[in-house]
Design a protein around this ligand. Structure first.
Ligand SMILES: Nc1nc2c(ncn2[C@@H]2O[C@H](COP(=O)(O)OP(=O)(O)O)[C@@H](O)[C@H]2O)c(=O)[nH]1
Ligand SMILES: [Mg+2]
Length: 368
């Protein structure tokens, strides 16, 4: 019997970081753990970072788990078969919801003899929660993105409030209490995936109840689709060279993301996430990310030395039109190139809007 642990949660909440940290913690307890990332393109920024820390990693690409259900099952089967794995943690696309009906229940119903599906866990960034909540407190009509965020909380068996290091202790306690009151079916835990604080409490919650198992959630697919479509999606690759001179790949990447972040603030565009890896040869690569407009880039992994050539991958989800995102990234890259003496292969227009979510299965709650 294998254990499957499904993670969901808004873009940038820390799902990948949580998946890696918990996989390492479970491995330390003797479990054999694999992880699955999920996004539109192949060889994602997320996957690259996870592969640098864990051996058994698979991707489901070209759509979210609900629309690529069989691919998810195949990925689980392959990992279990080849790596002698007993636990699989999987991270859904951050703009996805309705996973109880489209992933958790179908897995329990069709594969329940082979796997135990752990409680559906929604990872939450407390600052994102505060931002959506503030708009609600001001009495503003709920935006489609805020609706999507709320659905992710509503369907959670476990609400995993990550990044507790980014808020003061009393504020954190207030948020945890609020969530416990508003989502009584869920187990609410607070932790920090990067620092590891309270991570054991999350592992304990995974052995606990799935409080939403029998609850039917009424998700408005038109609003969900509208929220998805608001976030333009970019996966872009670039070749960089410095004409024989060397350049600092980490500083270049930071400069790209800072420009993009400043642009988003000036146009008031919500950044779900903007992530960048820069490979400088061999196993060396830097990874940086921004999860809010106007924020400074966070360095998740630094490249060791300077390089004369590199390959960069940009993954971004920003609330704007696809052509605006293409232009903004192009301008950010041009500015970073000029600042660091780099020339990049031209960026091509690649951004798109995701289509209407069409899950393979959608099962009602038993007894609902
Ligand atoms: N301060 C802080 N940052 C975190 C924590 N967990 C994740 N992050 C950062 O949040 C950003 C997004 O994390 P990621 O795991 O890629 O989020 P995902 O989009 O939900 O998969 C990255 O820069 C992470 O380093 C945490 O516990 N504390
Ligand atoms: Mg991720």
């Amino acid at each position: 019997m294998i254990t499957f642990i499904p993670l969901t949660g808004f873009l940038g909440a820390g799902k990948t970081t949580t998946m890696t940290a918990t996989a390492l913690a479970l491995q330390a307890q003797g479990r054999k753990v694999a992880v699955i990332t999920n996004d539109q393109g192949v060889e994602l920024v997320d996957t690259k970072l996870v592969r640098s820390k864990l051996d058994a990693v698979a991707e489901v690409t070209g759509g979210c788990f609900c629309c690529k259900f069989e691919d998810l099952v195949e990925a689980i089967v392959a990992l279990v078969g080849s790596d002698d794995v007993d636990t699989v943690i999987a991270e859904a696309v951050g703009s996805c919801t309705d996973l109880q009906a489209t992933v958790v229940r179908p897995l329990r119903q069709y594969y329940g003899e082979q796997m135990v599906v752990a409680p559906l866990t929604t990872v939450v960034d407390p600052l994102r929660f505060i931002a959506f909540d503030r708009a609600a407190q001001r009495g503003e009509p709920e935006s489609d993105l805020s609706y999507l965020f709320r659905q992710q909380l509503t369907e959670a068996d476990v609400i995993a409030v990550n990044k507790l290091d980014t808020v003061k202790a009393d504020r954190a306690e207030e948020i945890l209490t609020r969530l416990r009151t508003e989502y009584p079916n869920a187990t609410v835990v607070g932790y920090s995936a990067t620092g590891g604080d309270h991570l054991p409490e999350l592992l304990t919650a995974w052995g606990g109840p799935s409080g939403n198992q029998a609850v039917e959630l009424d998700i408005d697919y038109d609003r969900y689709a509208a929220a998805e479509a608001q976030l333009a999606w970019m996966n872009q690759e670039l070749d960089l060279s410095a004409a024989g001179e060397s350049f600092d790949a980490t500083a270049w990447a930071s400069s790209v993301l800072q420009h993009l972040s400043d642009w988003a603030r000036s146009t008031d565009a919500l950044i779900g996430h903007a992530k960048l890896t820069v490979e400088t040869g061999g196993e060396e690569f830097a990874k940086l990310s921004v999860t809010g407009a106007g924020e400074a880039p966070v360095l998740d992994r630094a490249a060791g030395a300077t390089a004369t050539a590199a390959r960069a991958v940009v993954n971004a989800r920003v609330a704007c039109e696809p052509d605006e995102l293409d232009r903004a990234v192009q301008q950010a890259v041009t500015a970073a190139d000029e600042a660091h003496g780099v020339s990049s292969s031209a960026t091509t227009p690649v951004s798109f809007k995701p289509g209407y979510p069409r899950p393979i299965h959608r099962l009602a709650a038993a007894g609902a």
